[in-house]
Every structure is written in C-alpha cells, then in structure tokens.
Design a protein around this ligand. Sequence first.
Ligand code: TTP
Ligand code: MG
Length: 440
Amino acid sequence: MDMLGVEPEEEEDEDEEEEDEEEDTMDPQLLGAAGGPRSSSGPVEAVRLAPFAAVHSQVVPAGSASYRVIVHVDLDCFYAQVEMISHPELKGKPLGVQQKYLVVTCNYEARKLGVKKLMSVRDAKEKCPQLVLVNGEDLTRYREMSYKVTELLEEFSPVVERLGFDENFVDITQTVEKRLHQLQSDDYSVVAVCGHVYNNQSVNLNDILHVRLLIGSQIAAEMREAIFNQLGLTGCAGVASNKLLSKLVSGTFKPNQQTVLMPESCQDLIGSLDHIKQMPGIGYKTTKRLESLGINSVHDLQIFSPEILEKELGISVAQRIQKLSFGEDNSPVTPSGPPQSFSEEDSFKKCSSEVEAKKKIEELLAKLLNRVCKDGRKPHTIRLIIRRFSSDRHFNRESRQCPIPSHVIQKLGTENERYSYGRIFTRQRDKLGFSTKWKN
Ligand code: TTP
Ligand code: MG
C-alpha cells in the first residue's frame, strides 16, 4: 500500500510493521520445512483417518508443519472490478482507478497495454492513451464489497482472516477432514486437482498430504465459483499448508486461476523470490536491517548465523523470519470478525486555507459518524492522527486519543450526536487535526 494513495484498510494498526508482532509460539522441534521430512514424532495428538486402505491409515500429526490446509484468496484488480460492476459500460475497456496522481490498480485489459499498479497517471496515460480513469478515493463501495466476500468465505469455514480489502486466508483443515471421512475406501481415484499444481509436480494419491491438498483445491474452486456467481467477482486462490505458502502460491497464475502447492515444491517456491523484500511478513524496516547485514536473497537469510541474527533483531523476530525463509509459518489464521476501528482520512492536498481544511475535517467526521451509526456498535475512543510529509518513504504519524464520554456514546444515533462529536473533535483539532481514527 503506497502511503500516497488513500489507505484502504482500517483494521490494521497504523505504521506497525508485521514483523514486530510476536505470534510464533510453536515448539521449534515440531517444525520442519514443509518440503522437508514429515516427521511423525511431533505432537502427541494425532488425527487418524478412516482405516480402509493403506493410505487411510496414515497418520498426520496435528501439529506437523504440513497438517493444515490453508486457502489464500486474492481478488483480481479489485477496485477496477468493483468499478466495472457499477459501470458495466467500462467492461472490456482499459480501466484505471485513480487516487490522487496514482493509478492504484487497473484492469487486465489495461495491464496488457503496459499499465501497472501504482503507476503515475502521467506515465499510465503515456503508455496507454485510451486508458479510462475513474476516481477511487471514496472507499465505501470497495469496503462494502470486501466484507461481502469475507462473509461468503465464512460459509465455507468460520476461520477467515482478512488481509487488506481483497485478500482473505481461510483455514479449511476441518472441512477437508470431514470430506476425507466421507470418502469411501476406493474413492481416492476420484480425488482430482482443481486448477494448477505448482511446478507441475505430479500428484501421489497414496500420499495423504497430497490427497488433503487436492481436496483443498476443490474447496478453493468452490469458493471462487461462489464469489463469482453471487458477487460477480473473479479472483485467484492458493492452497498450501500454511499462510505464507498459500499467499505466495496464489499469485502464480493470474488472473482468475488457482494453484496448489505440494510440500515437495516448497523450496522451489521460496527460492523463486528474487529478494527478501518480496517475502510476506518481512516489512520495510526489517528488509533495510537485513540488507545492512548483507542479506538480500532468501538463501542469504537461510544460511545466516542465527546467533548474530538474534542479536541484531531480537530472538523472536530473528527466529520467525529465519523460519519464513524455509517456508515455515506457524501463525494461525485468526478470524477477523467485525472491524475493531473505523477510520477516514485525506491527504488535504486540495486544501490551501484553514477554512477549506475545516470543511474537509467536517466531511470526514460526517462520513465516519455515518459508518459508526450503520454499524450499530457504540465506539469508545476517538483518535486523531496527523501524518507530516517526510522525504523518507514512510510518513511520520503522531496521534492523540481520548475516550468518548459515556453521555456522548448514549446519544449516538440521536439528533445531538453531530454536535457532541464535533466538540470532542474541536478540542483536539488545533494540535492534530487532519485525520481521524475511531477506535471501538
Ligand atoms: P492488490 O491485490 O495489490 O491489487 P489488485 O487486486 O488490484 O490486482 P491483482 O489482480 O494484481 O491482485 O490490491 C487490492 C486493491 O487495493 C487494489 O484494487 C487497489 C488497492 N490498492 C491501493 O489502494 N493502494 C496500493 O498501493 C495498492 C497496491 C492497492
Ligand atoms: Mg488483488
């Protein structure tokens, strides 16, 4: 997400890098590269499959690196698709979605003509003079569609985690398990792959991990079909044993295709990354620090001294990212649930006086309040954020927050609400102004 565009995601904590989170709690003994040996020594708990044929009696340890089946769904040219649904006359034409001076995304017709995501409007027009541009600064329709997709996916499994507006991870391990149990002993021959297999790897129906992933590919196909039939959207899916691998593999064939990763091809997938900055979970700051240690490729990270890495980055981050470099990612798919905060923001680029800035602030507040009222839950905190321009890639943010007095919360949805929120805002505006965040 480029900071110059309008930020599309209110659920993320601002400027926190992913790698700062500590979420790796797995016993390292239980981990092994997904493509590495599949040890059955790991956790005591094991899931026993129906004991019909030899393959049925294979036991997959519940905590082993390959145990889970995770689908990553990424919609194609998301904002552009939403625009084409709203304006069917744009279908088939090269279309770009503009925020400020950037084309934040474009449809695949435009991509064929050389337009790329995050190109400046000027460059895009130069590449493709017939490009049709629509303004994408109002995120309302994208946000609404985004939640519809997540809700639809929740019908397949309750364990759905949103990532941005157009990506979702779904843990379908339980669903796969159920389908496996429903199969008759001689039915494995009917388990076929849907979509591509990464590396064109041949599939072994005598390997229970392969069978599980193939069933995963069938469920992923059903998900994509439902998204298309019910919402009119196409997207890509990746099926693998963890979040990292499913995300990496989902982009292999685009648009409107899906790919499953068999464990044996894990190292090839990881090795296909040109630079560690392409590794999901390694953010901007960590990339810079790794580069200063001479680590540029995934292979560099794999062979780097763990002790030095731990000293430089702290034990938790060092261990986590070194595992990522081997394709290991034990982070759970964490159900997102309803958003924990709503935010509205603007770059204020068009404002050149205080009066204009105030007007913009009022617009932002009105939008925010409208969304809060629609949601129905009572917010408890309001936060104002200001981002000052900096020549660095990152903008510095400062924020102040305060609880919303309970008498104001009670009034929400009544006539006085505007006035009350306006007052809370005014008290802090002089110091901070510009951007608001409203935390539940
Ligand atoms: P992406 O999934 O990166 O892109 P996409 O869905 O448009 O295209 P693809 O087919 O390659 O997946 O981003 C999702 C949406 O987020 C995108 O439609 C527009 C928006 N977006 C921004 O607002 N700013 C950004 O910097 C990027 C990359 C995307
Ligand atoms: Mg996308």
